[in-house]
Design a protein around this ligand. Structure first.
Ligand SMILES: [Zn+2]
Length: 133
């Protein structure tokens, strides 16, 4: 699924699927969960929150987005305007290891396994660089 970046001052009431809304003034981003469940996902931006990078092909958000509060439990990266899905976690794993380093690494290896093609190769290099830093 493609994700486009749209910069706004205020977040709109109605979010459209496939759009990452960013308000730099308020240091926040929002999007609809790409699984189609309709949940609004808010991700604060900042040094201790999410990082947004704008590329030619679309926005990149780091770290991954884990919608543990939603019934769908979706977990994915938004990378260069693409949604890259991670694996599903059991509720127990989510409770114990939410956003832990181990969880990220495990999700990373699963995502590596699942992604093919050019975007997959670029994604692998990008994540490798992040873990080495
Ligand atoms: Zn969802």
């Amino acid at each position: 699924m493609k994700i486009d970046l749209q910069r706004m001052h205020y977040m709109p009431q109605e979010l459209k699927p496939g759009v990452l809304y960013v308000s730099e003034e308020f240091g926040a981003a929002a999007h609809l969960c790409p699984c189609g469940c309709g949940a609004k996902i808010r991700t604060p931006l900042g040094p201790t929150d999410w990082t947004l990078e704008e590329t030619d092909s679309g926005p990149t958000l780091w770290p991954s987005v884990g919608n543990w509060q939603q019934t769908c439990q979706s977990h994915y990266w938004i990378y260069e305007g693409e949604v890259i899905w991670s694996i599903e976690f059991t509720p127990g794993e989510i409770a114990s290891g939410c956003r832990s380093e181990a969880e990220r690494r495990r999700a990373y290896y699963h995502a590596l396994h699942r992604q093919r093609g050019t975007i997959g190769r670029r994604f692998r290099r990008w994540v490798k660089r992040l873990f080495q830093a």
